[in-house]
Write a protein that binds this ligand. Structure first.
Ligand code: 4AD
Ligand code: MG
Length: 477
């Protein structure tokens, strides 16, 4: 007989019949009722054991965490709380679980505790829901690009150029750390290193994606990205996944349209496909909110919030307008911001971004045309000579979700910018070649995947939306 999944057995139009199922015991109650879960759905299926016909030795081994193989009959449930249940005819314990030491007890655990047990935390409802959503979101992303004529491109993880300027990098080296080969001046001689030059883990696949956009037209990367910043926040990881589309002949306005359409389409996909998990997470959040003071509770439930973003236009606001709003805002005048906005040119901190999104506009905001000197070297300089065609998309509860721009396609302007920032032209010779041979307007953006998963699941800490988070002082598992 084919083994069924819990999801299959709980689906509405399944026929009642003899079945076989394998999974893990969540709870075992009254020597009779097993709540069984196999990861296929947030829901458990109730398996009713006839304790008179089951050996005592077997009954003892049905404990939380044990893996079991059950044969039985799917019947309409006698009790409340479920439509169907399994009348167990035979049960085999595939693997015991010591109930004394099993960390995932059937009770509420703190997320901190579960992070320390990240190898087992997907045996809880919350983390299994989060990780199913993570998987579904990745699929929705590939689906969107595939249906819209984009090619999936694998950009390198090890890179030889450190000019992106997106953040501090992790060095990749096979040199003997105690006794590295030295140059005459005492510095390390990377010519003798594995790649014959200094190499690092990539901070972004953008520059390589640009090369493919300028031949294949529409491409995207979706891969791991590494930043060695020492920022221990609930929104930063040292290893995170980034989605970076890059499109030839597309300007900044087109870039904004693409990003908005892309995000909405993905939200709609999970709203349709992951209802059960979203409903569970929504209820979890409502529970959590109950203990908060009224003023701190959110106005919308999780699903309402996702629908709101999927159905409403993102507000498009220039950096200059945003600075005016912030300068005249209450928290700025009353010096409630940690960083007071005094004048045009100031870099926006997350407190400012969140004020704009959560208090002022109350919807996702696309900020564009930032001052050139607070943004990366490759962004297209505007005619005013002081702003660049950059855009950041800010989300409620998250802050920066997306960062992107129209790229500088003019060779001379780009070279000048690199010179001013002391970026070696020789190192980026191939990047400059794009501006020599068939250069054209092109644009793209980067979406931090974990920030998207945070938004969709309502989880408050980025460490809880990636299987094994890498953060300063932490690389367990
Ligand atoms: O704004 P960033 O640094 O942009 C780039 O890297 C560009 N090369 C993207 C492009 O135009 N192709 O990063 C893009 C996004 C941010 O908006 C944020 O969502 C996420 O990546 N991000 C991080 N997520 C988790 N942990 C970190 N340390 C992150 N740094 C950036
Ligand atoms: Mg950014």
């Amino acid at each position: 007989m084919k083994t069924s999944t819990v999801a299959e057995l709980l689906s509405k139009n399944i026929k009642l019949h003899d079945i076989e199922i394998k999974g893990w015991v969540r709870t075992f109650r009254a020597n009779r009722f097993i709540a069984l879960n196999d990861g296929s759905t947030i829901h458990n299926i109730q398996c009713v054991v006839d304790f008179e016909k089951t050996e005592e030795e077997t009954l003892k081994r049905i404990t939380t965490g044990a893996a079991v193989h059950i044969k039985g009959e799917l019947v309409e449930s006698q009790g409340k709380g479920q439509q169907v249940e399994i009348q167990v005819k035979s049960i085999v314990i595939l693997g015991d679980s010591d109930p004394e030491t099993y960390p995932i007890q059937p009770k509420k655990h703190s997320f901190e505790f579960l992070r320390e047990n990240a190898h087992l935390r997907t045996r809880t409802s919350t983390f299994s829901a989060v990780m199913r959503l993570r998987s579904s979101l990745s699929f929705a992303i590939h689906k969107y690009f595939n249906e819209n004529g984009f090619y999936y491109m694998h950009t390198p993880i090890v890179t030889g150029s450190d000019a992106e300027g997106a953040g501090e990098m992790f060095r990749v080296s096979t040199l003997d750390e105690k006794n590295p080969p030295l140059n005459e001046d005492g510095s390390v001689n990377y010519k003798e290193d594995f790649f014959g030059k200094e190499t690092n883990l990539t901070v972004s696949g953008q520059l390589e994606a640009e090369t493919y956009a300028m031949s294949l037209g529409k491409v995207y990367t979706f891969g791991p990205t590494f930043r060695a910043e020492n920022s221990n926040t609930s929104r930063h990881l040292a290893e995170f996944w980034m989605i970076e589309p890059e499109v030839a002949f597309m300007d900044l306005a087109g870039n904004m349209d693409l990003a908005e359409d892309f995000l909405k389409s993905i939200l709609n996909y999970v709203l349709e496909q992951n209802k059960d998990d979203l409903e569970f997470l929504e209820a979890r959040l409502l529970d959590e909110e109950k203990v908060k003071p009224q003023a701190e509770r959110s106005e919308m439930s999780l699903i309402e919030k996702l629908k709101f973003v999927a159905d409403n236009h993102f507000k498009r606001v220039s950096y200059t307008e945003a600075i005016d709003i912030l300068k005249n805002s209450k928290p700025n005048k009353k010096k409630k911001f940690k960083y007071i906005i005094e004048e045009w040119g100031a870099d926006l901190q997350s407190e400012h971004e969140r004020f704009l999104v959560e208090k002022h506009f109350k919807c996702p905001v696309i900020l564009f045309d930032y001052p050139a000197n607070i943004k990366a070297f490759y962004m297209r300089l505007n005619e005013d000579g002081k702003t660049v065609r950059a855009m950041d998309i800010l989300f409620p509860g998250i802050g920066e979700m997306v960062g992107g721009s129209q790229r500088e396609e003019r060779l001379e302007v780009l070279k000048e910018k690199m010179k001013a920032l002391d970026i070696d032209e020789e190192e980026l010779w191939w990047y400059l070649d794009l501006r020599k041979y068939g250069t054209a307007v092109h644009s793209g953006f980067g979406l931090g995947f974990e920030r998207l998963v945070m938004f969709v699941t309502g989880m408050g800490n980025i460490r809880d939306v990636i299987p094994y988070p890498r953060t300063p002082q932490n690389a367990e598992f």
